[in-house]
Design a protein around this ligand. Sequence first.
Ligand SMILES: [Fe+2]
Length: 287
Amino acid sequence: MASVRAPQVLELPTDHPGVRDLEYRARRAAIAEVGHAYRPGSRVPDVEYSPEEDEVWRLVSSELAIKHRRYACRAYLEAAEALVLPSDRVPQLREVDERLQALTNFRIAPVPGLVPPRQFYASLAERTFQSTQYIRHHSVPFYTPEPDVVHEIIGHANMLAGPQFADLYQAAGGASLRAETDAAHEFFSRVFWFTLEFGVVREDGELRTYGAGLLSSYGEIDAFRSAEVRPWSLPEMGTLDYDITHYQPVLFEAASFGQMVDDLLAFFTTYDDDAYRRLVTTRSTGS
Ligand SMILES: [Fe+2]
């Protein structure tokens, strides 16, 4: 007699909105299986999303699109317009992958869940973004304690449809590979956090964001103009602690989009352990 395998149920932290919903946890495990089965270079496997999951996407993406017109920087809006995500259903990573390949030669690869940071950044060096496929719990559509497909696709994939962003992400991957010590890598990942996740830029006199973390957060995107906004400083970004569980109290502003791209690209493309030591020395001496 064939043995019957019990459905897998994913472990979630005790404060996760879906932790007591066994159906949701089984669903998360099933979607994780799709990511497990993926092999680089093969077609990205589809997930059959439920009407409830499509509804979460429809709700969040339509509300975010309204906020983007008010708060997103121009380059992000143009990139999102080129990518053309569906608004009424969760997009398949396969579709996003095909579209990004045509636009900026970036790839999307599914992963079952969060991957170690060095693995995530290393794939960027190969112009590949490792993306989760599951969606947040339907009881709180405007909140997620972890990156989900909304964050990955509305935040990051929209950016990756813009050539300047795509080059920045690839250069970030190279910087990560050259940061061999943990200290140098930590500095790099903080800069990534305060720029490509939570960066803000002055455009036409207004503060706008190019950060995937802000662009995919229904609550925080409304609040970022109330944060303490500091002038652009790589040494400060690379050494400032942050807490992912709260709205970011401190953000760093680039004087213009062009300045952000130039400075960040120069940083990423030359970053290594020696550059880290120089930057930390600059910070400690204030020079
Ligand atoms: Fe992210």
